[in-house]
Every structure is written in C-alpha cells, then in structure tokens.
Ligand binder design. Structure first.
Ligand code: ATP
Ligand code: MG
Length: 424
C-alpha cells in the first residue's frame, strides 16, 4: 500500500467542515477589516526565501523543500506566506494601489520538520498583511483583526506575547551583546545553538531545547539595547491594545524565527498547546520589500497555524459546526425512484440539504441508518405520498411522524432547524 508522505495529513469528513468554517470566519472578519484575499504560487524561486526569511534561520537552513525543475532552476515549496505576498506586491506594481493595502491569504505551507505534536511537513496558514503603513496604529489594527478572529471562534484563553525587536541598526548591537553574554555558556547550548552563536545569536532565544531556554532566560533583552524610535513605536502599539481591552504580555525574549521582522513582534499562545507550540506569529517587516528589490514600503502581518488552531478549537464552535444536519430522502418503490432526484433538486434549490437514499435500502434499513448517522429527519416517498403530493416526514429527535405537502417541505425544514435543537 502506498502511504501518504510523513508529516502530511488527509483531512476527512466531517472534520473538514471545521476547516471550512474556520476559513469562512477568517474571510468574514478580515474582509470586514478592509482586506482582500491574495493567492500566490505554492512554489517560488528558492532565492526569494533565502533573501527574505534569512539564510541563518532554521527554515532556510534545514526545513525547505528545494528542488531543481527540468531546466535546472532552483524552486522551493513555500515555507511561509509573507515572502510570496511581498514578491507579488513588487512584481504586480501594487504600489499604485491604495495605501495601505490589506491582504489576507489561506493555504498550504511546506517545511521539512521532524514530524511531532503540532508539527507537520505540509500545514496550513491563515495570514493577514497590511502593506504601506508604518504607524503603531497599523500594528494595533492587525492585532485587533486577529483578536476579533479568535473571539469569533469562541477562544477565551489565548495569550498574546509581544516584544520590541528594535530596528536593524539596533540588531547589530544586540547580536554582539548576546554573543558576549552567551559565549561563556557555549557548552550548555545544543549543537544548533552553538552554530547559531556564531552565525545569528538572536536565533538562540527561539530555541525549544530546555537547556538553551534556560541559558536564553538570562540573556540581555532587546528592548534594553533598542533605540528610542522602536521603543516608542511598540509602546504606542501597547497603548492602543490597552484601549481596546485586548490583553497581552510583554515577553522580552520573544524573537520569532524569521529574519525580516523588526520593531513589533508577537505570538499567540494557547494554554492547551503550551508555549513551544505557538498558534500564531507575526510582526512588522519594514525592510522586507526593499530588501527584495522593491521600494521602501513598510508592512506588518501575522500567520496563524490552522492545523494547531483546529486542534484547540473551542467546543461550542466545534459542536455547532459538526451538528449541521441533513434531510434524508428515501424513495420507496420504482415510481418514487423515478421522482426522487427531481424532488431533491427542488428542495436543494430552496436551501434544504438533502441526502437521497440511492442504494435501494429498505425503509427499515434506512431508518436504522438515519438513527445511527444522526440525521435530523427522514422524508419518505412511497406510492401513497406520490398520489397525495406529499412526503411522510419523521423527525428523529422527537420520534414524531407527519405528512407534509412537497411544496411546504422547505418551509417545514427551515423552521425545524431554527428550533431549539437545531439552532446553531
Ligand atoms: P514554531 O516556533 O512552532 O516552529 P515558527 O516560528 O516556525 O513556529 P512561523 O513561521 O511564525 O512559525 O509560522 C506561523 C505559525 O504557523 C506558527 O505559529 C504555527 O502555528 C504554524 N506552523 C509553523 N510551522 C508549522 C508546522 N511545521 N506544522 C504546523 N504548523 C506550523
Ligand atoms: Mg518553526
């Protein structure tokens, strides 16, 4: 048997409804905040990610799916969404559009990671980017849209961690300060972090190995080294969040795993996943577009890990989505079989989800199945019903059976669904 590649998943019904519902909420909320969807390719020139995400990051160093195409060009399955959005922004001359331009995206990302809890090799992200505004207000708006999205799904236990990563000029000084502070403890670091100490000591703060985290906890904080401009910027973001009543904690060791961030960075932590399995990460990236050869246009955004989100989705939202019920239409006899699809089509056109019994089950077998599979109601179409222009409907939770004229069935169904049991 051929099996799916390690680290990938099949999303099966009915679970997949949760994905659709979550994506629907993302579209609703982000478009209500003025964003439009953008769809960029799933693979890009490798160079794009090397230059944007950064050569010394884990993503570029060891997680990318990179391959030559038939002409020998190096391509990479996108490990994240922002680089492609920035490239598309430059390539399509989106600088001519309104500023700022608010864009959201949904879709698969690929990283060659050790497959484990909450970590896949193909996973999905939902992201929002605001390109063309450098104000603290823009950061706060992005955070507000994110917060609204989580609220709409019923989350009440998420914690936003926030930090100031400083400006790139500050970073040089910070890297030096870190190297000086951490060098004496080199032997306590994992082998990756020993390399990071030489290449990019900032990355040590992002390491998940406990002994490295213990060392990192004693490292100097970026905010102590950062210039006044970035400190003021992040303070103003915090003020806006406070005004909106959006709770956050300042986490001085938060750095994120991508090189393009500066000033505001944030992560969303779910107590159900723990601090090492982050639900959402984001921040400001004012130099990214210029670094990729575009104009000096600032940006800010985040990406939510949809796989992890689904895993900790609040029970009420989950149940409401999974409880979505269908009507089971059972034809009894040849004459009914001749009419049943037409009847189903007319109901479907009036918004009734109808599942037709197409495999010839007997009434008894059909009722048994309806019970087992949680249908809300069964409509039976036999010879008597055909003559009368009606169906016999059995409501499964109540156990009652009535006769409903064919044309009145959609009205009856919508009322049933709006009632106390079906109300979601
Ligand atoms: P982590 O610290 O967990 O490795 P990251 O810093 O690499 O995350 P980002 O690049 O910021 O993550 O991606 C944003 C979000 O995408 C993460 O917060 C997470 O929810 C999700 N994500 C990242 N990598 C994976 C993965 N391999 N499997 C599932 N979700 C992922
Ligand atoms: Mg990672």
């Amino acid at each position: 048997m051929i099996q799916r590649p390690r680290g990938t998943r099949d999303l099966l019904p009915p679970e997949v409804r949760l994905w659709q519902a979550v994506e629907g909420v993302a579209r609703d909320v982000f478009s209500a905040f003025g964003a439009d969807e953008i769809r960029t390719p799933v693979f890009e020139a490798t160079e794009l990610f090397v230059r944007s995400v950064g050569e010394t990051t884990d993503i570029v160093h060891k997680e990318m799916y990179t391959f030559p195409d038939r002409k020998g060009r190096s391509l990479t399955l996108r490990p994240e969404g922002t680089a492609g959005v920035a490239r598309a922004w430059i390539e399509n001359g989106l600088s001519d559009r309104t500023h700022p331009l608010r864009l959201y995206y949904l879709g698969p990302m690929f990283r060659y990671e050790r497959a484990q809890h909450g970590r896949y090799r193909q996973f999905s992200q939902i992201g929002l980017e605001v390109i063309g505004a450098d104000t603290p207000l823009a950061d706060a708006e992005v955070l507000a849209a994110m917060h609204e999205f989580f609220l709409r799904l019923g989350f009440d236990d998420l914690v936003i961690h926030l930090n100031n990563l400083g400006d790139p000029e500050d970073r040089v000084r910070y890297q030096e300060a870190l190297r000086t502070a951490l060098a004496p403890r080199r032997s306590e670091l994992c082998s990756d972090c020993q390399r990071r100490l030489d290449e990019n000591p900032l990355r040590i703060l992002d390491c998940k190995v406990p002994s490295c985290q213990a060392v990192a906890a004693k490292a100097p904080a970026m905010d102590d080294v950062a210039g006044e401009a970035s400190r003021q910027h992040v303070l103003q973001v915090e003020e806006q969040l406070a005004r909106l009543g959006i709770p956050f904690v300042r986490n001085p060791r938060l750095v994120r795993g991508l090189d393009y961030y500066l000033r505001t960075v944030f992560e969303v932590i779910s107590p159900k996943l723990g601090e090492n399995t982050v639900l959402c990460g984001g921040g400001r990236y004012d130099r990214l577009i210029a670094d990729l050869g575009g104009p000096a246009i600032p940006g800010v955004g985040f990406a939510i890990g949809e796989d992890r989100l689904i895993k900790v989705l609040p029970a009420a939202f989950r149940e409401a989505v999974l409880a979505k019920s269908r009507l089971y239409l059972v034809p009894l006899g040849a004459a009914a079989q001749g009419q049943v699809l037409e009847l189903a089509r007319s109901w479907v056109r009036e918004g009734v989800p109808v599942e037709v019994e197409v495999s010839g089950r007997s009434l008894k077998a059909a009722l048994k199945r309806a019970d087992r599979e949680g249908f809300r109601a069964v409509a039976m179409l036999g010879e008597d019903e055909l003559r009368a222009g009606s169906v016999s409907v059995r409501e499964l939770t109540a156990g009652s059976q009535i006769s409903v004229p064919v044309a009145a069935l959609p009205g009856w169904w919508h009322k049933l669904i709006a009632g106390p049991v079906g109300k979601h």
